[in-house]
Design a protein around this ligand. Structure first.
Ligand code: PNS
Length: 162
């Protein structure tokens, strides 16, 4: 059988329920989903890429066809290495579109074998982003409806230490 692997790439600093929504919908459609934390030299995150990977692993526990990885390099090369059918991205609003469209076209140029598929966000997560979560938590706000319960304490503790 021709197994279909897809990739959900991102910064995931940290993973939110919006990301989990996209990942679980992808896992229901494809044989294997690889969630990959892409390293970014220019951005110092709240969590290191390895820490983000552990948080994602905790959060996706229960989805048997989901793997988590970290990669330092081009997404197009990673997709080639993994023989991925598609890159899955979530689209929240039109404001996401221009940047995502540019990335999709660039990735297609770099690796013509891989498609980018956009999943429409579920309405309850339209406003949600990792930066919002960090801002709210750093000011003592309640982020329990924005992030998976299994990693809530990790985020609150880390922001409390800053
Ligand atoms: O969660 P984000 O920050 O929107 O994810 C962006 C990400 C990590 C998917 C994107 O920056 C990326 O693919 N980086 C890897 C480097 C790369 O391949 N750049 C060229 C593609 S345009």
């Amino acid at each position: 059988m021709n197994e279909k692997t897809v990739i959900c790439p991102g910064s995931f600093d940290p993973i939110t329920l919006g990301h989990i929504d996209i990942i679980s919908r992808a896992s229901a459609m494809f044989d294997k989903v690889i969630v990959v934390v892409m390293k970014n030299k220019d951005k110092n995150g709240l969590f290191s890429p390895e820490e983000r990977k552990s948080l994602i692993q905790k959060a996706v526990n229960g989805l048997p066809n989901v793997e988590v990885d970290v990669y330092d390099g081009l997404l197009a090369d990673y997709a080639r290495q993994k023989e991925a059918t598609a890159i899955i991205k979530g689209l929240r609003a039109m404001s996401d579109f221009e940047y995502e469209f540019q990335m999709a076209l660039t990735n297609k140029k770099l690796n013509p074998e891989v498609e980018t598929l956009f999943f429409t966000t579920s309405t309850e997560y339209m406003y949600l982003s990792s930066s919002m979560v960090k801002q709210i938590a750093s000011m003592g706000g309640d982020i329990s409806s924005f992030v998976p319960e299994s990693i809530l304490d990790d985020i609150v503790k880390r922001l409390g230490k800053q």
